[in-house]
Design a protein around this ligand. Structure first.
Ligand SMILES: Cc1cc2nc3c(=O)[nH]c(=O)nc-3n(C[C@H](O)[C@H](O)[C@H](O)COP(=O)(O)OP(=O)(O)OC[C@H]3O[C@@H](n4cnc5c(N)ncnc54)[C@H](O)[C@@H]3O)c2cc1C
Length: 489
C-alpha cells in the first residue's frame, strides 16, 4: 500500500494514456490526481462522429487483436461495448497474419473492375515479402536499410522470371497492385513511404490474436465509460501546459512546477506527460525547463511520427458489391514500383489506395472510408472540403467508368494540422531501435537523484512493442501509474 496517498500528481493530456494512468492511481488510493487537457474534450486521438446515420471515426477505429491479452478489448467487453461476433472464442483465436482476408472489389484507373483472382499473384508475393522482413536481420547492415527498399528489390528480382511470360498489361496490373498494397502499408504505419521504415525495426511491433473489431457506438463510447467512473472534477479542460519546470528549487517543497498557457502555476510531486510524439518533436525545447537529456532528445528525433488521414464519403446508394468490405484502386499507368507520388499538389489523390466499407449496406447507410498517408495527406488537409470532394468524385468516375456516381457528404480528418497532435502515430523510422522506445519511457531525473520520478512519460510512442495502438497507449498509462504506486509502496 502506498504510504503517501496525497502525493500531488499532475497528468498532462486526457487521451487514453492519461485516463488509464489516472484510473489506476485513483483505484490505488491516490487522492491528489489532476489531468490538464489542452482541448475542450477527453479522448485525444479517439474521436467519433456521425455521417448521416453512420458512426464514423475521426481517430482510432479498430481494436487490433481483440482477445484476452488486449486490455482495450477487455474493457470494451466489460462495458458491453462490442458486437457479439467480436466476443466469440473463434474470433479471438484467429492469428491476424492468417486471418480471413476482407472481401475485396478491385478497380483500375482505366475503369475496369478486375476479379480478385487476377491480382492474387501480387498479393501472394507482397504479403510473403512483408512477413519475411523479420528474418532480414541477416541482410548486410546498411545495404537494404528500409522495408520499402527490401520489398522493391525483391519484387524486381522475383518477378523478372516469374512474370516474364505475362503480357505487358497483366504485368502492369500486377505491379500496380503491388503499389496499391505498399500505399496501404504506408497508411498502417503512418509513414510517407515504406522507404522510411527501418527494415529491422519493422519487426518490433507485436500483434495480438483476434480479428480486428470496431465499437458499434463509436470508439469514444470507451472514453465515456471510463470517464463516468472517475471524479467529475478530475480534468481541467482548455488548459494547455506551456512549460514543465523540473529539477529546480523554484517550487520549494514540490519538485515540479507546471506552467499553463493562461499563466497559472501548479506545483506537483510528479508529472506524467502523455502528449503525442509529434508534439514532443515540435515543442520539447519550450515544454521542458531544464531541457530534456540528450539521450531522450535523440530518441524523440529518431522515432518517426507520420500522418494518416481518412476521407469519409457518404453515397446515396452503393456502387460496390453487397458483400464487399474493401475497395482497392490500382493505377495501371504507373511505370515504377513506388508508394509515393511526384508533384504532390497535382497528384496527391494517387496516394489513396483503398476505401473500406464503413457500414454494411443492410444498415441503410452507404459510407466509405478512404485512406491517405504521408505528405500527400498533409497536402490534402490544406484543401477546402469542396476541392477534396471534386477530386474524390473524379477518382471514382475514373475507376468505375460510371460518371453518375456522386458523393452526398464528405468529411476529411486533419491530424497533421491538429496543433495538439501534429500527426497521427509513430513508426520505427530508419535507424530507430528498441533502445529508443526504452529511452522514451525513462523517467526524469535519472536514478539516484534526491527527488526521483519528477517527470514520467506515457503515451502511444512510449510502448516498446504496441506503439501506435490504443492498447499500447493504455498500457503505457498504467505502466507509469504503477511506477508511482511501487515508489510509494
Ligand atoms: C487517424 C488515426 C487512426 C487510428 N486508428 C487506430 C486504430 O484503428 N486502432 C488503434 O489501436 N489505434 C489507432 N490509432 C492510434 C491511437 O488513436 C493512439 O495510439 C492513441 O489514441 C493515443 O493515445 P495517447 O493517450 O497516447 O495520446 P492522445 O490521444 O494524443 O492524448 C494526448 C492528449 O494530450 C493533449 N495535449 C497535447 N499537448 C498538450 C499540452 N501542451 N497541454 C495539455 N494537454 C495537451 C492532447 O489534446 C490529447 O488530448 C489511430 C490514430 C489516428 C490519428
Amino acid at each position: 500500500m502506498a504510504e503517501n496517498m496525497d502525493a500531488k500528481i499532475v497528468i498532462i493530456g486526457c487521451g487514453i494514456a492519461g485516463i488509464a494512468a489516472a484510473q489506476r492511481l485513483i483505484e490505488s488510493g491516490f487522492t491528489n490526481v489532476r489531468i490538464l487537457e489542452a482541448t475542450g474534450r477527453s479522448g485525444g486521438r479517439i474521436k467519433s462522429s456521425r455521417l448521416g446515420n453512420a458512426v464514423i471515426e475521426i481517430g482510432a477505429a479498430f481494436i487490433h487483436g481483440p482477445s484476452e491479452k488486449n486490455p482495450v478489448f477487455c474493457l470494451a467487453r466489460d462495458y458491453d461495448l462490442l458486437d457479439p461476433k467480436a466476443l466469440t472464442p473463434e474470433n479471438q483465436a484467429v492469428d491476424v497474419d492468417e486471418g480471413p482476408p476482407q472481401v475485396p472489389n478491385w478497380f483500375t484507373s482505366s475503369g475496369q473492375k478486375v476479379s480478385p483472382e487476377t491480382v492474387e499473384p501480387a498479393l501472394e508475393l507482397f504479403y510473403k515479402l512483408l512477413d519475411s522482413t523479420p528474418q532480414s536481420k541477416s541482410h548486410k547492415q546498411g545495404s537494404l536499410p528500409s522495408v520499402g527498399d527490401f520489398i522493391k528489390s525483391e519484387v524486381l528480382k522475383r518477378t523478372a522470371k516469374k512474370w516474364k511470360n505475362k503480357d505487358k498489361s497483366s504485368r502492369r496490373l500486377l505491379l500496380g497492385a503491388i503499389n496499391t498494397l505498399l500505399k496501404e502499408e504506408c497508411y498502417s504505419s503512418a509513414t510517407h513511404s515504406m522507404d522510411e521504415l527501418d527494415l529491422v525495426g519493422f519487426s518490433m511491433y507485436q500483434s495480438i490474436k483476434g480479428v480486428d473489431c470496431t465499437f458499434p457506438s463509436g470508439t469514444e463510447s470507451l472514453i465515456s465509460s471510463l470517464m463516468s467512473e472517475l471524479p467529475a472534477d478530475l480534468v481541467s479542460y482548455s488548459r494547455p501546459v506551456r512549460c514543465i519546470h523540473w529539477s529546480n528549487s523554484e517550487s520549494g517543497v514540490n519538485a515540479v512546477t507546471v506552467e499553463c498557457e493562461d499563466g497559472e502555476r501548479i506545483s506537483a510531486d510528479h508529472v506524467i506527460v502523455t502528449v503525442s510524439l509529434g508534439y514532443l518533436k515540435k515543442h520539447n525545447s519550450t515544454l521542458f525547463s531544464p531541457a530534456l537529456p540528450d539521450q531522450k532528445l535523440q530518441s524523440i528525433q529518431k522515432i518517426g511520427f507520420g500522418t494518416c488521414d481518412k476521407i469519409l464519403v457518404e453515397f446515396e446508394s452503393p456502387w460496390w458489391d453487397a458483400d464487399c468490405e474493401i475497395i482497392y484502386l490500382v493505377w495501371d499507368d504507373e511505370e515504377d514500383i513506388s508508394d509515393h507520388v511526384s508533384d504532390i499538389s497535382k497528384n496527391w489523390i494517387r496516394k489513396i489506395s483503398s476505401f473500406t466499407v464503413v457500414t454494411p449496406s443492410e444498415r441503410g447507410n452507404h459510407v466509405l472510408c478512404g485512406w491517405i498517408s504521408g505528405h500527400e495527406a498533409e497536402h490534402m488537409e490544406t484543401l477546402p472540403e469542396e476541392e477534396v470532394r471534386r477530386c474524390i468524385t473524379e477518382l471514382i468516375h475514373a475507376f468505375t467508368g460510371d460518371h453518375t456516381i456522386t458523393p452526398k457528404t464528405i468529411v476529411c480528418t486533419r491530424w497533421f494540422h491538429d496543433p495538439w497532435t501534429l500527426g497521427s502515430y509513430c513508426h520505427p523510422a530508419i535507424g530507430c531501435s528498441a533502445q529508443d522506445f526504452k529511452n522514451m519511457m525513462e523517467p526524469l531525473p535519472k536514478r539516484g537523484k534526491k527527488q526521483p520520478l519528477q517527470v514520467l512519460f506515457a503515451g502511444e510512442a512510449t510502448h516498446p512493442f504496441y506503439y501506435s495502438s490504443l492498447h499500447g497507449a493504455l498500457l503505457s498509462g498504467r505502466r507509469e501509474a504503477d511506477r508511482l504506486i511501487s515508489h510509494y509502496s
